[in-house]
Design a protein around this ligand. Sequence first.
Ligand code: SAM
Length: 299
Amino acid sequence: MFSYRHAFHAGNHADVLKHTVLIATLEHLLEKEAALTVVDTHAGAGLYRLDGDYAGTSGEAAEGVLRLLSEAKDAKTTPLPDALARYLAVVRDFNPKGGARIYPGSPFITHHLLREHDKLKLFELHPTDAHTLDANIAQLEAGRQIAVLREDGFGSATKFLPPPSRRALVLCDPSYEIKSDYARVLDFVSAALKRFATGTYAVWYPIIPRPEAHDLPRRLKTLATKAGKSWLHATLTVKSSKIVTDASGATHRPGLPASGMFLINPPYTLKALLEPALPQMAQRLGQDRHATSSLESGG
Ligand code: SAM
């Protein structure tokens, strides 16, 4: 356990999907004056250097946020749909001198959008990332607005539900390093919905050839439907998941080919915002002819 470090993946296509959906969701929820609590069950380190050793090792951001940013500069490309434009605007806010040396993770994206009377609860278990998160958050001098907890997000995050204002967004973004994470997501969302049925829940998951990954959105859909809740399911595929054999006969497992975001009680505005944005993500970030996106909703 704990070999996953988000710094290797920051700004990749999965972050583009996740953070675009996060921003669109938050901006809708923040239209109401009443305080919002955001619970981030798997927060990561908060901020990442895209020119640092970790990001450089994988180069995943080059095929994610960096590709979007450089294409957006090109006057010949068609203008970005609103949701993607807002995502890039937030990334640019962290890089006022241009480029994208700094990539904001979900805690910093969220804090950037929250108002003073909103609250942010961050869970991170990895000792190094929790330490970095603490140090990064301390620089914001946000006082009691932000709580960083070195606790199990699956086990402890429900203690903040429902929040006093009865308005919350819960982001559940585990690393799925261990197979049991898939079942723990379901148990967590089920327990959270029982405590707080009107909260908005957003779950990120990888689309990989593994039965648990395949089953997760189907089981979340069943959970939402049985609870009488609306849901939205967005996916982004950038390449085939097939193992490739090169000329020497060596086989290569592709990196993460696709991922999804499943929301329960999504903002009613979200589907219309994602409809034009998802095909653009697939077109701009696609790495082969398997690139595609999907969007469905129900309830
Ligand atoms: N949400 C972050 C973002 O969008 O910037 C990325 C989070 S990363 C995918 C998942 C994080 O969960 C890792 O930093 C990992 O150390 C942490 N983690 C793993 N198991 C955990 C648990 N049970 N509770 C809290 N954090 C955990």
